[in-house]
Design a protein around this ligand. Sequence first.
Ligand SMILES: *[C@@H]1O[C@H](CO)[C@@H](O)[C@H](O)[C@H]1NC(C)=O
Length: 505
Amino acid sequence: MAFHHLLEWLPILLVLSCRASFSSAARATPSSPIKAVNLGGWLVTEGWIEPSLFDGIPNKDLLDGTQLQFKSVTQQMYLCAEDGGGTIIVANRTSASGWETFTLWRITESTFQFKVFHEQFVGLSSQGDGVVAVSTDPGQSETLEIVRNANNPKRVRIKAPNGLFIQAKTAVSVTADYPESTSWGDDDPSVFLMTIVSTLQGEYQVTNGYGPDKAPQVMKEHWSTFIVEDDFSFISQNGLNAVRIPVGWWIASGPNPPKPFVGGSLQALDNAFTWAGKYNIKVIVDLHAAPGSQNGNEHSGTRDGSQEWGKTDANIDQTVAVIDFLTARYAQDPSLLAIELINEPLAPGVTLDSLEKYYQAGYNTVRKYTSSAYVIMSNRLSADSTELLPFASGFQGSVIDTHYYNLFSNQFNGLTVQQNIDFINNQRSKDLATITRSNGPLTFVGEWVAEWEVNGATKEDYQRFAQAQLNVYGRATFGWAYWTLKNVNNHWSLEWMIQNGYITL
Ligand SMILES: *[C@@H]1O[C@H](CO)[C@@H](O)[C@H](O)[C@H]1NC(C)=O
């Protein structure tokens, strides 16, 4: 071995030598390939999976991360953070896009802070009644009340912290000096038509939406009823041998995690391990929501869609501590199959550099407690699916997770049933083969679903689509996991798909 080659291998050799007890057989596939189902929407909330969880929240369409636009009824123009933020608010835009969009931080059911494009918050100017977006650290002066018209909740007024209402006095003068009394008419410059552009329904939204008095009880009820022991019995009787359980970073924070998150999901995970043992099911613990959010999606526990994970060492260290906590707790449990270090980090916000740094530290942390648990490294979304292979090859028992959906991309629009099936048999098959290498990490299709952009497909169409995916993903050397067990949308519920004969394992 030439010297420079030795240098290249040195870090790997050092890692390997620390774990002499970890035999090379650990690189082999699990004794039976993993046929798993995700327990999505359980310990990390996703509103689309179980919308009723949000039903008891007042003003439930105004949660953290909701994006709003406001059209002045007198100017017939949209409110806009001039320059995207850092200066005044104006009302001189005929159409709305980024600078005309305000993202909510919910303070109470009717008071909010409005984040603008460049991440400042709307508030009162330090002199006078002018409305500006300059503060990056919102407080009382940036807390606004949305007052909705009783007959038309999209017709609103915005009360400033000085007790007066924001008005579009002219197109270029937006001030907080309109009195309480209103006709709600089209001649009132303090009336705005509010458009909800997008919403988030994740763990942050549900817990902050209910607030500290109600959230603990609501979440406890959800955790103890959404997934129960019978589900593990069902899983074991229907040809599945593992579950992938998404968890959020706050699970490691004890009974009182940072607000608005609430404690208790750890007890639910403990229950899952108990039931897994009873029904001979393996468990993959999947860190689905990392501190600061690794992808800005609601399933990452984000407050407002921003993605902060991995930008600082402190943040990576905090995440490693979560992995340490979880591995320490379950390493000796025979049901523990794998720890997934993070789900779906999104490129380019999460850099390959920070991700590899984290994977190295996370892997070492898992190995402090167990030489047999697999360590799953998720590919970055929007990145080359092979980018982690050279890196991950250096770790015994490593697995690459890749997610395959015939959704979320224009390329699937208008495809027929057969074209979707062909895509699985040709493209997905090739994609999976590309990342499955003889001395590389094992491969895991950690999320897939028998759902597509096809309208009006028959039961037989769905059966063929599901079977094609089972055939192809069955070649993944670690295994696969359906997304998800339970969902109000039938095709996304493996329980429903099995009970109704769409999928047989
Ligand atoms: C809106 O008003 C601001 C402030 O006077 C001005 O700088 C900007 O050019 C105006 N934009 C449009 C589209 O009229």
